[in-house]
Design a protein around this ligand. Structure first.
Ligand SMILES: *[C@@H]1O[C@H](CO)[C@@H](O)[C@H](O)[C@H]1NC(C)=O
Ligand SMILES: *[C@@H]1O[C@H](CO)[C@@H](O)[C@H](O)[C@H]1NC(C)=O
Ligand SMILES: [Zn+2]
Length: 416
């Protein structure tokens, strides 16, 4: 009896490392910030209220999305009311949405009706690499901090094509990005319409479906809303992880990034401190011929934006800005036609917020890739990071249309 019990306990704990973090009755509020004092009020009370920002504001008059645990919601609401700040509840219970993303039964193979784990995505990569050896070339940029391979594929139907490079899921909790891009890969391999066939045949696609593999696994197994890497660089050991999209070696830590290891936008102890980024830039430098990549995309969620350089200044624009906007318009218009989903485009600093040390800034500033974007997929905050699985296929379809429009627009101005 004793032995059986011990055995069962042992079994129960196989593969379990840490208890899952839950978000029962955590709310997401939409808060309208009209005055600088209101902005500062939220900042000063951030720690005490355990406030976590889902979406920042760029300028006064906009609405921020912030999440609070049940313990501090009353104090938070009183604070807002006391200062005459307009707010509304956007998500009543974050855990309910998280539970809604968890399939009752895992199919184990990719069919885009549920969010897949890294193991499932990698098993699927094995299958397509074996099935389409003449089109798909697998690559590994290196291992993550925790030792997982960071895998990508190159899809090429013929030599001599120019290329698009896409990194996805650099932020762990943005699951819709890897779901979307794996669907897009499937489309490229079995094109279902002439537009997709064209961009599959005449462009090479380098795609890393999950760049932040450690964070992604952690967000599946422990903390659904994890964003950063898993590198422990805080000397106190209390805070883990670098914001990998602030870790690139271009104007590192200039603006829109933090030196506090506990911050969600912690830029890391130094530029390219995280192997995920150092290996990505090394791979692009050494394994892809110079001047091949014409478009660089960093896939994110949420907000429905196509963001270009510059991130660090809002009163200067890069030389290629008109081209960047032309191609972004091609993407947004083509995407809109399917379900009338609206994407806004412009430079990061003028459209969303200031940022430096991000992938697209590095792609333009260091590698001279003429069309570099951060693309923020659906939605506008109704579900935020926890989109229902039923949305995967619609998002993936509209983004596929968007990519067709993007390539057509790039051709019009001789980028590709
Ligand atoms: C709060 O806002 C209302 C309407 O905007 C205004 O009439 C009122 O004077 C404000 N109260 C304070 C204390 O600012
Ligand atoms: C990549 O190449 C650029 C020049 O194109 C160089 O400035 C940078 O240091 C290189 N980075 C790595 C990690 O090799
Ligand atoms: Zn992101």
């Amino acid at each position: 009896m004793g032995m059986v019990l011990k055995y069962l306990l042992l079994l129960g704990c196989l593969g379990c490392t840490l208890a899952e973090v839950r978000y029962d009755h955590y709310k997401v509020y939409k808060v309208r910030i009209d005055r600088l004092e209101e902005f500062e009020l939220l900042n000063t009370n951030e720690r005490q209220l355990q406030l976590s920002t889902w979406r920042e504001i760029r300028k006064l008059g906009e609405e921020a999305d912030v999440m609070l645990p049940p313990e501090t919601q009353l104090a938070f609401e009183q604070l807002l009311v006391g200062h005459n700040i307009t707010y509304a509840t956007k998500i009543e219970n974050v855990q309910t949405l998280i539970d809604g993303q968890r399939p009752k039964q895992r199919t184990g193979y990719m069919e885009w009706t549920q969010f897949h784990t890294l193991d499932e995505i990698y098993a699927w990569l094995d299958v397509i690499e074996a099935r389409y050896p003449n089109i798909v070339t697998p690559f590994i940029i290196g291992n993550s901090y925790e030792g997982r391979p960071i895998r990508g594929i190159k899809i090429s139907y013929k030599p001599g094509n120019k290329a698009v490079f896409i990194e996805s899921n650099i932020h762990a909790r943005e699951w819709i990005t890897s779901a979307t891009i794996t669907y897009f890969i499937d489309e490229l391999l079995v094109p279902r319409n002439p537009g997709v066939r064209d961009i599959a045949l005449n462009v090479d696609w380098y795609i890393i479906p999950v760049l932040n593999v450690d964070g992604f696994v952690y967000s599946h197994e422990v903390e659904r809303l994890w964003r950063k890497s898993r590198l422990p660089s805080d000397p106190t050991g209390n805070c883990i992880g670098t914001d990998l999209n602030r870790n690139f070696d271009f104007l590192w830590m200039l603006v829109g990034a933090e030196s506090d290891p506990c911050s969600e936008i912690y830029a890391g102890p130094s530029a390219e401190s995280d192997v995920e980024i150092h290996q990505l830039t090394t791979y692009i430098n050494n394994s892809i011929p110079e001047d091949t990549i014409k478009i660089y995309i960093s896939l994110h969620s949420y907000g429905q934006y196509v963001l270009s350089p510059w991130g660090h200044v809002d009163d200067e624009f890069p030389d290629h800005y008109p081209q960047m906007m032309h191609v972004a318009e091609g993407f947004a218009n083509a995407l809109y036609r399917r379900y009338q989903t609206e994407f806004t485009y412009g430079s990061s600093a003028t459209t969303l917020y200031k940022v430096s040390g991000s992938g697209k800034e590095w792609a333009y500033g260091v590698k001279n890739i003429p069309i570099p974007y951060t693309i923020e997929l659906r939605d506008k905050g109704e579900y935020g990071f926890v989109l229902p699985p039923e949305d995967i296929i619609p998002v993936a379809r509209e983004v596929t249309d968007g990519f067709v429009g993007m390539i057509m627009a790039a051709r019009e101005i001789d980028i590709l």
